[in-house]
Design a binder for this molecule. Structure first.
Ligand SMILES: [Cu+2]
Length: 652
């Protein structure tokens, strides 16, 4: 008798051999149209946010072929999961597990969200990406072909051109109307899509040239004939797979015979070609050159608008400093109404992304609010190590120009956006009890800074400028053992650096991106987001505060400028009868996994006291005010009695 392992080991080795042979490829997805955001050539919307004039759908069941109103747009972003270093307030360099930007780099370097419309995302970087870029050249200097700062996807590359032999071209004369349908059979798949351009050469007169593909596959009307037979339109079926066929429309120079049978058997010297084009494939070299050791804290900032569809690609570039680890990463939108649990990022219940792989998450944006996101692999570890980012959803009220109350009522006509307290106890923004008559500003659109935090219907959450503030903490001992192959005791974790946007004071008030030299000897922009809050005197700032600290509660106090709390955990502070429950305080306290919306109003008196967007008649005195923690042991950088969770509010 053979021992079992003598039988199974060779089989196992064969199995492993086949696994190792499979290839990985990186790819991003950023479509220019979808069902709810149809062909931009028809609507012209998907690269901007259209005004909100009515619900997307108003039916109560089924799924209409086309939306009644196109709301929102398509947004895309690409990020890496890997490792990197950051600098603490006392100069200590700290090792991180972290996400980094792989698109929107120039915007992220300027403290803005890296989320882009398709026409910005789907750009190919014209320069040569060198190892260490963009750190060596500076993210803000990463220029695109249009001369503007480059915010496209790193690595996007043209697909290779394809050329196949044509076996047969048949012009369909039975559908006698002009243009005629021309069916082309090729001997191999061309990999084309409807709408692509195909160039035919070497064929009979009238068919050479460049054509737009109308359909893929052998025409099924009339039905598929037997191999070698012609269908009623005269198209001979030679048995090639249906996907090897495509059709285009012949407008003027075709040669259908009067009999209606125009089939022309081509010699195989005729060919069909598609030019190189962009289909989401990326060059792994650029991904690795930019993504490795390029971790950010906070992770890349994301911002979308209600009714958007968001395509977020995560590419796992591996952790260079921990080659023993085969860590997967995921993206988890915390407390977020997901399009599908498949995209929730909890690895036991959805997918996780392996090293050398990429995955595109898909989100809808049904409820405005301040959210945050993090990796969901071993959360205490990956969160502590730095895989935490900010996310917010702007309300559709930003896109309203008329009365806000009526626009808010209009939303209830669509079950996807309805928020009726009587039916839905989770309704996050009930209709206000008072119609204040406020009208929309539509100001946030396409680059503006003002807006509303929620679909309040009464204009009460108006702000002139918004700032994301992420609270976090680092335990340097945990990060050290995380870098040095030692077992990590989660229960011993105790934060000793206290961070706002990944920085301890005084780094919180350093403008611009902070650089840290990594183990590759190159400076990387590890902490892109400053925590300075600058408010023109008399204006209102929205602070989108989230806490992702693993080991501590955090209190943030405001000295001099009152904090008006208007939202909590991405929900407007309003009772189900519609009364605003906003309150004014001088400090807020959050646990890890909570968020809060605070308005800092630097106006003492306005022309219309009930309209926060009206002219300020008595602004606060200009000066420097402070946001700081009254947990005095958190006002430190590890051993230093100086630093920690503090930043400045500059009223100017
Ligand atoms: Cu992770």
């Amino acid at each position: 008798m053979r021992k079992p392992h003598q039988v199974w080991l060779p089989i196992l080795l064969i199995c492993l051999g086949t696994v190792a042979a499979s290839a990985q490829s990186f790819r991003v997805q950023c479509p220019t149209s979808t069902i709810t955001h149809p062909d931009p050539s028809k609507t012209g919307v998907n690269n901007s946010e259209p005004a909100f004039v009515g619900p997307t759908y108003s039916g109560t069941n089924g799924y209409p072929a086309a939306p009644a109103n196109v709301n929102g747009a398509i947004k895309c972003q690409q990020i890496s999961g890997g490792d990197g270093y950051s600098t603490m307030g006392d100069g200590t360099q700290t090792y991180m597990f972290s996400f980094g930007p792989l698109s929107g780099l120039a915007d992220i370097a300027n403290g803005k969200p890296g989320t882009q419309f398709p026409n910005v995302f789907n750009q190919i970087y014209p320069g040569v990406v060198a190892p260490g870029d963009p750190a060596t050249s500076g993210m803000a200097n990463f220029t695109g072909s249009d001369g503007k700062p480059f915010n496209g996807a790193i690595g996007l590359a043209m697909d290779i051109p394809n050329l196949v032999s044509i076996y047969d071209i048949a012009e369909d004369a039975v559908t006698s109307a002009t243009p005629h349908r021309v069916t082309v059979q090729t001997n191999a798949p061309l990999g084309i899509n409807v709408g692509d351009t195909v160039t035919i050469s070497g064929a009979a007169a009238g068919y050479n040239g460049t054509w737009k593909v109308d359909s893929i596959g052998f025409p099924t009307t009339p039905p598929l004939p037997a191999i070698g037979a012609a269908n009623a339109a005269g198209v001979v079926y030679y048995g090639f797979p249906s996907s090897d066929n495509f059709t285009f429309s012949q407008t003027s120079t075709g040669t259908p015979t009067p009999t209606g049978l125009a089939d022309v058997l081509e010699s195989q010297t005729a060919s069909a070609g598609i030019p190189a084009r962009m289909d989401g494939h990326v060059d792994p070299r650029q991904i690795m050159d930019v993504g490795v050791m390029n971790g950010n804290i906070p992770a890349p900032l994301m911002a979308i608008d209600e009714d958007d569809e968001f395509f977020l690609t995560l590419t796992n570039v591996g952790m260079i400093m921990r080659p023993d680890l085969f860590e997967q990463h995921t993206v988890h939108f915390h407390g977020y109404p997901n399009a599908s649990s498949f995209y929730d990022g909890v690895p036991d219940a959805s997918v996780a992304i392996n090293i050398g792989a990429s995955f595109t998450y898909y989100y809808l944006a049904p409820d405005a609010g301040t959210y945050f996101w993090h990796c969901h692999i071993t959360p205490p570890e990956h969160l502590q190590m730095g895989m935490v980012g900010q996310l917010y959803v702007r309300p559709r009220q930003d896109r309203v120009t008329g009365p806000l109350y009526a626009a808010r009522q209009m939303q209830d006509a669509d079950l996807r956006m309805a928020c009726v307290s009587a039916n839905d106890i989770l309704c996050s923004h009930p209709l206000p009890i008072v119609n204040t008559g406020a009208t929309g500003k539509a100001t946030v659109l396409n680059g503006g800074t003002a807006g509303y935090a929620y679909n309040d219907g009464d204009g009460s959450t108006y702000y002139d400028i918004e700032y994301p503030l992420q609270i976090h903490g680092f335990d340097p001992n945990f990060h050290f053992v995380g870098m040095t192959f030692n077992p990590e005791g989660f229960a011993d974790m105790k934060d000793k650096y206290f961070l706002l946007n990944g920085r301890s004071y005084p780094d919180t008030i350093t403008a611009g991106a902070l650089q840290t030299q990594s183990a590759d000897g190159v400076n990387h922009f590890s902490q892109p987001l400053s925590a300075i809050v600058t408010i023109p005197a008399g204006k209102r700032a929205l602070l989108r505060i989230s806490d992702l600290d693993v080991s501590e509660y955090q209190t943030l106090a405001s000295l001099g400028v009152p904090m008006q709390v208007i939202g909590y955990n991405a929900k407007l502070l309003r009772d189900q009868a519609g009364n605003n429950l906003y309150y004014t305080t001088n400090s807020i306290t959050l646990g890890g996994g909570e968020s809060l919306d605070v308005i800092l109003d630097t106006c003492l008196a306005r022309s219309n006291p009930s309209d926060p967007s009206s002219t300020c008649t008595t602004p606060m005195a200009a000066g420097t005010y402070f946001l700081y923690t009254p947990n005095l042991d958190h006002l430190s950088n590890d051993a230093e009695n100086f630093g920690g969770l503090m930043t400045e509010v500059r009223v100017n």
